[in-house]
Design a protein around this ligand. Structure first.
Ligand code: ADP
Length: 451
């Protein structure tokens, strides 16, 4: 096992990793930006160092700064969390060159999955179903027209290097294709430094269902069931749950098998998530693999009892994972992402000081957060301030506990997405489990939140 791990991240995930390290008896080193001075992860770690100004490119994305801090402190591993450098193959490679273990997959696997168009091609070859679409990148209008002819409209143009729900454009008809293509390419270039785009058929009302996997360096791949992450706004997840309502044992097995095949195809190690879109007739399509721990990993932890972050660390240290090949989930878990945003004003970011912060508790409730009374939400980063996860014997109990927890949760000083979640949990379609990626637009009336 490692003796000291540097956490190259901030916020709740940095706190989550520190907790795992502490339980494993591993020392921790936190890095923080000037805007995160006094933040919880910096306070909880055994050692903490300021690595630069607020802007992420000068701090949490500053590879030389992070590596030199790691060397100075003599850490033997780096946990990248999610976001920032977590899916940067270059960073993983530098860690390897410096003989610091990167707690994640090999740089080659990150790279192969990081180009989503390339990943599609690989998966098709491996016999994993993919969304009908282009064969590789689409460079010009003529190529786009050709693809549109075979798959029809609507279609979606996606950035090969995209992530976080950004860099996607839905095209309803041929008249919009040319403009959408050049806009998508320009946006991809500026957001991800890579103008490459590809095209998929735009699926109507699919569900987003993903499979959590763990793979160790001895060749075992474990699947830990699915998460339904269909409740999304602008392709970004807001509510996740496990198991997915109404998924047949046959579909669950097929998804798990496909996910394991994806992992085996790239020689994957560590924790990863294989994402699928599933249509009403239970046909499923691979969309991408996330080569890191995800925000919503806690949902799987609650139904499986597996500590995914500790497993990540054990795997990176070359140990055998302590998880059986197929884990049977127990009960039901739901996560609501509490963001510092105002749902009544189109989810406008709401940074600033939190004057009172009283998180909920009681049976079945877990809150992962870095916030506290007196904490100031900086405007520079992701707006996630807490994740509330509710577990119940069944979905009804999990929902009831979540509703109870959200009522208890007191946050004063910033607006949060709690009122949105309360509305969603009351929604009759949500209660019946009728969720799909357009659920918010089609089934929720957000004007109710303005009252
Ligand atoms: P990112 O890497 O940015 O998360 P994904 O490829 O995982 O992008 O897609 C994110 C979300 O965008 C999906 O969960 C889904 O809601 C929507 N989406 C992506 N591809 C399609 C598609 N072909 N048809 C319909 N929706 C899609």
């Amino acid at each position: 096992m490692f003796s000291k791990i540097l956490i190259a991240n901030r916020g709740e995930i940095a706190v989550r990793v520190i907790r795992a390290c502490r339980e494993l008896g591993v020392r921790t080193a936190a890095v923080y930006s000037e805007a995160d001075r006094g933040s919880l992860h910096a306070r909880l770690a055994d050692e903490s160092f300021c690595i630069g100004p607020a802007a992420a490119r000068d701090s949490y994305l500053n590879i030389p700064g992070i590596i030199s801090t790691a060397e100075l402190l003599g850490v033997d591993a780096i946990h990248p969390g999610y976001g920032f450098l977590a899916e940067n193959p270059h960073f993983a490679e530098i860690c390897r060159d410096c003989r610091i273990a990167f707690i994640g997959p090999a740089p080659e696997a990150i790279e192969q999955m990081g180009n989503k168009s390339q990943a599609r091609a690989m998966m098709r070859k491996a016999g994993v179903p993919i969304v009908p679409g282009s064969d590789g990148p689409v460079r010009d209008e003529a190529a786009a027209v050709q693809v549109a002819r075979t798959i029809g409209y609507p279609l979606i143009i996606k950035a090969a290097g995209g992530g976080g729900g950004r860099g996607m454009r839905v095209v309803q008809n041929p008249d919009d294709l040319r403009r959408a293509l050049s806009e998508a390419q320009a946006e991809a270039e500026s957001a991800f430094g890579n103008a490459e785009v590809y095209i998929e058929k735009y699926l109507e009302e699919p569900r987003h269902i993903e499979i959590q996997i763990l793979a160790d360096r001895r060749g075992s791949v474990a699947t830990l069931g699915e998460r339904d992450c269909s409740v999304q706004r602008r392709h970004q997840k807001l509510i996740e749950e496990s198991p997915a309502v109404g998924v047949s044992p046959r579909l669950r097995r097929a998804l798990s098998r496909a996910a394991a095949r994806v992992a085996e195809t790239v020689g994957y190690t560590n924790a990863g998530t294989v994402e699928f879109l599933v249509d009403q007739s239970e046909r499923f399509y691979f969309v991408e693999m996330n080569t890191r721990i995800q925000v919503e990993h806690g949902v799987t932890e609650m139904v499986t009892g597996v500590d995914l972050v500790k497993e990540q660390i054990r795997i990176a240290a070359g140990e055998r994972m302590t998880v059986p090949k197929d884990v049977e989930p127990h009960g039901h878990a739901i996560e609501c992402r509490v963001n510092a945003e105002d749902p009544a004003r189109d989810f406008l970011p709401s940074p600033g000081p939190i004057t009172a912060f009283v998180p909920p508790g009681g049976p079945g409730i877990r809150v992962d957060t870095h916030a506290f009374t007196g904490y100031t939400v900086p405007p520079y980063y992701d707006s996630l301030i807490a994740k509330v996860i509710a577990w119940g014997q069944n979905r009804d109990e999990a929902v009831a506990r979540m509703q109870r927890a959200l009522r208890e949760f007191e946050i004063v000083g910033v607006h949060t997405t709690i009122p949105f979640h309360q509305e969603a949990l009351d929604n009759a379609f949500f209660r019946r489990g009728e969720v799909y990626i357009n659920f918010i637009q089609r089934r929720m009336d957000l004007t109710a939140l303005r009252a």
